[in-house]
Design a protein around this ligand. Structure first.
Ligand code: PLP
Length: 381
């Protein structure tokens, strides 16, 4: 066998264990983890509360299907709806799948409530997942190239450009799907005015607004959800990544307008809302909803960004971010610095040829951030 999976080239590191924001490899080498399993491990490694909740549910039953009530799922759904004001929370297994479900619901809503409207506006440089409709929603040609014909009915507008959205709107548009921060696209933050205008436009034109908070949600930006920075309310919110504490779990939270569109059988998934993943999910959601926790994320994010900005290096073009979702844009290729970082004991990740994305566990300490900045400074000097 040449490789287990030809679509990925793993680094030459075999991990053995993790504690907090630190990972250890089989040789005992220590790494400050600024990737967190791709923005997943919000509460870090070996979190005692998550472990206990998972074990406790494992000892009861591991899986039951959606044909039975599941206390953990119900509790988590209630918490999400209390924060978001959602009338319904539909659990699935990945970020892509959550977006697929949101797309289906938007289409059904458009067909029934808006004379068959089916088009969905998304944004250039966006990322919504790897299943075919989510990938079509993703506004990056490099992902589309060998998969055509794609799913019809998606139109791409310019991010942070309301005119470009207005130009794309016609009677056939049922929804707009947007990431408040294009994370995989290179950490580009939506401007407040743009999102306020977008929300207004959706209301005026009777178009659903869907926020993909798969990466920005659950405390990552210093608020439970990034939409809360903007004072607007999307009709649907998708979330995933860290929701299951490291186990596969995602969902779409929908408001009253959509909730009534859904009927028995309109949504289905064998593993969605798995009780073990939801047990972990309750711990994650309780923790990231705490004001003190969110304040710490905010403070640590500001400290991280400000200290990065102090690094005097011609290699750095721009530092940007919100909370603990940070981008370092370089004037040159970033891949080699990710490799050097590994050798020096930090796990970085480049999302675009010249952009390094930093998404550590939210529980990372200030001391660990300080050490990571020191290493980044050395690497980029
Ligand atoms: C904003 C956003 N949406 C969707 C996804 C897809 O999530 P998953 O890989 O769990 O399908 C990602 C993954 O990086 C993401 O960042």
């Amino acid at each position: 066998m040449e490789s287990l999976d030809n679509t990925v080239k793993p680094y030459d590191v075999y991990l053995s264990r993790g504690q907090g924001a630190i990972l250890y490899d089989k040789k005992g080498k220590k790494y400050i983890d600024l990737l967190a399993g791709v923005a997943v491990n919000l509460l870090g490694y070996n979190n005692k509360k998550i472990n206990k909740a998972i074990l406790s549910q494992l000892q009861k039953y591991i899986h039951s299907s959606r044909w039975f009530y599941n206390e953990n799922q119900e509790k988590l759904a209630k918490k999400i709806s209390e924060v978001t004001g959602a009338s319904g929370v539909y659990f699935v297994n990945s970020g892509a799948e959550a977006n697929e479900v949101a797309i289906k619901f938007a289409r059904k809503w458009g067909i029934i409530n808006k004379n068959g409207a089916y088009k969905i506006i998304t944004f250039k440089n966006s990322f919504h997942g790897r299943t075919i409709a989510a990938l079509t929603a993703t506004g990056q040609e490099k992902f589309h190239k060998y998969l055509k014909p794609l799913s019809p009915g998606f139109i791409y507008a310019e991010f942070n450009n309301i005119k470009s959205v207005e130009e794309k709107i016609d009677d056939e548009v049922c929804a707009i799907l947007i990431e408040p921060i294009q994370a995989e696209g290179g950490v580009w933050i939506a401007e407040k005015e743009f999102l306020l205008n977008l929300s207004k436009l959706c209301q005026e034109k009777n178009i659903l607004l869907i926020f993909d908070e798969v990466q920005t949600g659950l405390g990552r930006t210093g608020k439970i959800f990034a939409y809360q920075h903007y004072g607007i309310k999307p009709d649907m919110i998708t979330m995933g990544k860290g929701l299951g504490g490291g186990l596969p779990l995602s969902c779409v939270a929908v408001n009253k307008k959509i909730f009534t569109i859904l009927e028995n059988g309109d949504h289905g998934t064998t593993m969605g809302g798995n009780p073990v993943a939801c047990a972990a999910g309750n711990i994650v959601f309780d923790t990231v909803s705490k004001k003190s926790f969110l304040n710490q994320v905010k403070q640590k994010g500001e400290y991280f960004i400000n200290e990065l900005k102090k690094i005097a290096s011609k290699k750095i073009k721009e530092i940007r971010g919100l909370g603990l979702l940070i981008g370092i844009e370089l004037n040159e290729n970033a891949a080699k610095y990710v490799e050097i970082g590994l050798k020096k004991g930090i796990i970085l990740n480049s999302v675009k040829p010249t952009i390094i994305r930093i998404v550590p566990p939210l529980i990372i300490s200030k001391k660990e951030i300080k050490k990571a900045i020191e290493i980044i400074g050395e690497i980029l000097k």
